[in-house]
Design a protein. Sequence first.
Length: 274
Amino acid sequence: MQRAVKQATLRWAKQGVARAALGRALGVLDAAGIDVLPVKGVVTTPLLYDDAAERDIADVDLRMRPRDRVRALRACAAAGFRVGHGSKQWGTFEAIVNGTLVEVETSVGPPGLCGLTVDTMMAHARRNDDGYLEPELHEHALLLCVNVFKDKLARARGHALEDVARIVRIEAFDDALFVRVVHAAQSTTLAWLVADFLAQQGDTRWAEIRAALGPPRRAYAATYRALMRRRLRGRFLLPLVARAASDNALERARAVALGAAGTAWWLLGGRGAP
């Protein structure tokens, strides 16, 4: 009992630290005229949990338009944040704000994986009571699916999977609208695999959504699930196979080519991310 209380207190404290880092980062970026969209834990905690202590948080996740990345990185550096240049391929960078890791990305998952763009999410976002942009519910649900999918589902963090399980249960969630968002993003197979993974664990809501999504690319789905069950072989092949989840053949080819280039860079001793 005492250990549980300590863990809950720690999670609550980490949430407070993350919120403070978010506020400071948004202040700097807003002053630079850069639109920023917070996603994942800093958004899902107040949305999906009655008590912030229920959800752990390790960092702050932000999305911004690709054209703003370099300017944002410079603004963060000028503000005294310790910055890492991240990956040009992914359009990312990192900053340490008040001792908290802030991760900035300019796409929804690796390039080519999902057709939902940050520009689209920005256009549909609303400003919440705290004064910052908040993603449209169903687009955010897809982003959360992409997040656990790229982390190979079974190896995704527990709180990330819990967010995905919970978001479809809130009153405002509309299955038909979610399906339209997924289809428009050409991410049916990706979302179906996430839904199937949760349905296999007894999640009836995601079983309903799996049926509503329609059939995936069956050969790909079978390959992905088989690799997910193979610890050693899957560990090396699954990340590359996961890149090919898009329903769009051209985007699949682009995503796999970029993934292969990144792997080759790492194997040849390249430092950082390409």
